[in-house]
Ligand binder design. Structure first.
Ligand SMILES: C[S@@+](CC[C@H](N)C(=O)[O-])C[C@H]1O[C@@H](n2cnc3c(N)ncnc32)[C@H](O)[C@@H]1O
Length: 195
């Protein structure tokens, strides 16, 4: 089986999805997938969908390859790249049925907040990546970032708030398990593209 972390030949053209996945199936992406434990388990439970994990750190995304191959998964691939760039340049337009963003770096210092992925520009970026009716699923431990996530999507007229399905919420991430074990709850919200 080939390496599950897709070797990018160019970062200037959109990915060819048939090159990544043998079966054409609805596509979902996790941005900042870390050790990929959520994505691998969710992909295992959803063989009728394809998944891309996006992560900038080699050490972390290597786990997607190692554990994914061991599990025999053929519906999950990794791409090592920055998440916003992935949405802007690598994902073909309106290709994703869902974007999962779990415990993105919170950048707690005021002067660093401009680095947050889910900022005022993000809903437009997500809207251009999602199929009509596609959804963004968000989780964080950080109350200030959670407020920002809600604010930017509530201000976006093309999105509406939805519930996170129970079968999705029950699949936890590595950071989530760590926070929850310290008594820190998961703050969770989701929005659907109306167009
Ligand atoms: C706090 S960890 C959370 C990992 C995982 N989502 C989880 O919940 O266990 C954030 C992850 O996002 C990655 N990351 C942060 N900013 C990124 C960016 N702009 N593009 C791609 N990956 C990013 C980090 O390297 C890290 O692995």
């Amino acid at each position: 089986m080939e390496n599950l972390v897709f070797p990018l030949r160019t970062i200037l053209e959109p990915l060819s999805l048939p090159e990544l996945f043998a079966k054409p199936q609805p596509l979902e992406a996790e941005l900042g997938c870390g050790d990929s434990s959520f994505l691998l388990e969710y992909a295992r439970r959803n063989p009728g969908k394809n998944f891309i994990g996006v992560e900038r750190l080699l050490g972390r995304i290597s786990k997607l390859d190692r554990k994914g191959r061991r599990a025999g998964l053929t519906n999950v691939r990794g791409v090592r790249i920055e998440s916003a760039y992935f949405l802007q340049r690598l994902l073909p337009p309106r290709a994703a049925h869902a974007l999962h963003i779990y415990f993105p770096d919170p950048w707690p210092k005021l002067k660093h907040r401009r680095h947050r992925l889910v900022n005022e520009h993000f809903p437009a970026l997500a809207g251009s990546a999602l199929v009509p009716g596609g959804a963004v699923f968000l989780r964080t431990d950080d109350a200030d970032y959670f407020q920002q996530m809600n604010d930017v999507f509530n201000a976006a007229k093309d999105f509406e708030k939805i519930e996170t399905p129970a079968e999705l919420a029950e699949v936890t991430t590595d950071f989530e398990r760590d926070f929850n074990s310290q008594g820190i709850p998961t703050l969770r919200v989701a929005y659907r593209s109306k167009i």
